[in-house]
Ligand binder design. Structure first.
Ligand code: FAD
Length: 314
């Protein structure tokens, strides 16, 4: 059967730029009529549910050269934005050095979707479930502004990118995961005794949904840090997101508890401050209050387990 005129008009023209500069130029030409697409899996759900209309022009980023693999760069592991979630998941560099990102990807959608969906699309959406884990490793993003490639901390890029969503979208190229400083370098010398061996790195990523698997997130929570032998926090990052919430690092709280010992008093403080500082968006599935207390419970439980030595070192 042939297309009727409405269907024909609804079909977008698909452009296949070879470079970031070409993609950028197409976006400038078509403005809000032209939409960047990577795997297209999130966009499809938005068109099907009527959240957004099918655009006149699709700018397919998968044809830009050099963005669909992972490689070790000078500053860390460079994850090309066009790498599929499936390829990320099976990459041993990622699972060895950044296990919480691998774990986050494991919980996204199902294999058929993960073959098409990209890590860049997940991050560019500003609400993807991989973002809290990437924040837990202090990831940076490499993006193109029409002239040059820029490097910005993901935590700083997210609010800008989500605000720009409907306008002049930023073209995301890659993510950069800095390798963690080894425990030897964070060690303290005490009475000439090297306590390196007694420092431990800890971390956890959790996604809470309304069922066990193949579920949208209600809360995503990631914690990553270093504890001394007597449970004093030497370094900590806490990142929270989930649902339609743009994930955030709780840097105020991180500063407050850095250098403190993990005890009952500290855990109460952490719980109360997460309730105060985390501002999740509510939807039909869960209230903001439920998301706050879920996030606070997850972080407090993981911090307690880390102090008790019940988590495997990362
Ligand atoms: C059945 C199903 C289940 C899902 N479950 C989950 C889930 O559990 N967790 C989850 O996080 N997501 C889920 N998703 C959403 C989606 O699959 C993922 O977020 C995916 O990683 C998006 O990647 P993509 O390449 O398909 O992005 P696309 O759909 O191509 O793009 C997503 C958005 O980002 C923009 N964009 C894409 N690439 C770039 C770029 N390089 N620069 C600038 N802007 C860009 C697009 O314009 C669009 O607004 C699910 C989707 C489906 C269909």
């Amino acid at each position: 059967m042939g297309m009727n005129i409405q269907e024909a008009m609804a079909s977008p023209l698909v452009w296949h730029p070879q470079t970031a500069a070409e993609a950028w130029q197409l976006k400038q030409t078509y403005g809000t009529e032209g939409i960047y697409t990577s795997g297209g899996t999130l966009l499809r759900t938005q068109w099907e549910s009527g959240i957004s209309a099918i655009p006149r022009h699709l700018i397919d980023l998968s044809t830009i050269r050099g963005l669909n693999d992972l490689r070790i760069g000078e500053a860390g592991l460079v994850v090309g934005g066009q790498t599929s979630l499936q390829s990320c998941r099976s990459n041993t560099l990622l699972s060895r050095h950044f296990p919480m990102v691998s774990e986050a990807i494991r919980t996204i959608a199902a294999p058929s979707v993960r073959h098409l969906a990209t890590i860049g699309g997940n991050v560019a959406s500003s609400i993807g479930d991989s973002i809290a884990a990437l924040l837990g490793y202090d990831a940076e993003v490499i993006w193109f502004d029409g002239t040059t490639e820029n490097r910005t901390l993901l935590s700083e890029w997210l609010p800008e990118a989500s605000a720009a969503k409907r306008g002049n979208e930023r073209l995301l190229l890659s993510m950069l995961l800095p390798f963690e400083i080894s425990l030897e370098e964070t060690s303290v010398k005490h009475d000439d005794k090297d306590l390196t061996m007694q420092m431990k790195r800890f971390g956890a990523y959790h996604k809470i949904g309304r069922r066990e698997a193949f579920t949208p997130s209600v809360v995503t929570a990631c914690m990553n840090g270093v504890l001394t032998h007597n449970s004093v926090i030497k370094q900590i990052r806490i990142a929270l997101g989930g649902g339609q919430t743009v994930p955030v690092r709780l840097e105020k709280l991180e500063k407050e508890i850095n250098g403190a010992a993990v005890d009952g008093h500290l855990l109460r403080h952490v719980y109360e401050r997460i309730i105060e500082l985390f501002e999740p968006r509510e939807d039909l599935f869960a209230s903001a209050a439920y998301r706050k207390s879920t996030a606070a419970n997850l972080i407090v439980a993981e911090l307690w387990k880390a102090a008790k030595g019940e988590t495997k070192p990362l």
